[in-house]
Design a protein around this ligand. Sequence first.
Ligand code: G4P
Length: 532
Amino acid sequence: MSDSTLLAREIARRKTFAIISHPDAGKTTLTEKLLLYGGAIQMAGAVKAKKARAHAVSDWMEMERERGISIVSSVLQFPYKGRQLNLVDCPGHADFSEDTYRALMATDAAIMLLDSAKGVEMQTKKLFRVCKLRQMPIFTFVNKMDRPGRDPFELIGEVEEVLGIGVYPVTWPIHASGKFRGVYHRELKQVFLFELVAHGAEIAPMEATTLDAPHLLEALGEEAVKQLRDDVELLEAAGDALDRDRLARGEVTPMFFGSALTNFGLPQFLDAFIELMPLPAPRNSDKGLIEPTDERFTAFVFKIQANMDRQHRDRLAFLRVCSGRYERGMKVRHVRTGREVRLTNPVQFMAQERTVVDDGYAGDIIGMFDPGLYLIGDTICTGSPVAYEPLPQFPPEHFARMAILDPMKRKQLKKGLEQLGQEGSIQLFRPPEGREGEAIVGTVGELQFDVVKARLAAEYGVDVRVERLSFSFARWVEGDTLPLAELENQLYGYGALDIRDNPVVLFKGDWQLESCVKAFPKTRFLELGNSI
Ligand code: G4P
């Protein structure tokens, strides 16, 4: 097989995706069941407990803590029917939106998970918007069909209306005597009836039959079969077929019904998902679009995570491989610094552990041990340097200083804050040259302060008090330089440097920005260039 055929084949095997949903729709349950059906775990739901969300940085950390599954990273990789599935964690809490948005930038498709009783919820809408901007393929799974929910036709209408995307139901729910029994698959023209297993902890036995099989009447009763046939007739009357090009552009979403808890409808969803998921789209760089099958290796950093292993204090940069093939030990260019680095020990994240990989292809997510080189958005590549488009950033809306309780721990505080800033979990504004003082922490959501406080204590042994500051927005400075260190004395705002040493001014309100603009007419004050 030629190198390029092999490359194309390997890329086609990889399915890199995220699940977008509103909290409580069942993302953790679904994730666990994907692992179960992929054969990565034998038993789901080992430990159960109610959640304490406030301090969990990742949904999978919650899962690890509460369900007894060891999840070591923000990426889960598992096999499914000869494919390699890479599921990127996409926290659903409103306050972690930056992390979430970046995760979506690293994926090729999203599963939109809806609670059948609640339909399209607020957080789903927000995340959907990002997928839509990227024209990403979206697969919809309507969950909790085992509970009383909304009428499926009504849900289709809501998705179409509220989200502005076409819906093509691939499976259809079957209820009999008030119980969810399985799904009808429109493409296969088959009925799948499921049996309950205790807590849905194992693969649920199912049986396939056809709409007109006499056995179906026995199994479901006349009324349920009539209802199903009527529903199917109504669906078929629309006379459309799933348009794969529109799916690839995110204009139509295939919809599936099921229950992540009982596993009903799950294998039909998974099979269709891997079959229908389009190949990764080319990605935009400063040198134009790059196809995944481009022979050059290119990848970008979408997440940095420190202290995943408390014992080793390590720091991992997560990279999405966008084109070509990589090999362990290969030399690549770190484009921002121009430095040459070696892919010494790229790791991947199988369900239960990290493994060092020898080689891989576009579509993969790899982790690199990071000595402090990588920042979010950095590109590495072989051949002539290319840089991928910067990842979206969010303007910070909340500002605070971390007041240290034990002054002897100043060094640890500095280190901890720098780390969190490099991870992109907070934005850090350092005092400029000629000015003393602690760095200011900026966040998009208030909850992030709790996370910072908890992580500083747990990982750096520093207890802090969060002192909120009255700044309400930041502007990045372009054009003529400003006397950053002196601005505050003149009440023009607080001058600082961001993590890349770019000058920034924090303002308390529009009035302050306006007087600063008047005082320094040759300077421009910009919101984040690529903000969403
Ligand atoms: P999240 O990660 O999206 O926040 O949701 P998670 O999977 O934790 O599910 C939220 C709740 O919904 C859980 O119940 C979970 O068991 C339940 N759930 C998930 N999928 C289904 C489903 O298909 N059917 C039904 N009936 N329930 C489902 P909980 O009571 O909050 O927690 P637990 O004690 O059951 O874990």
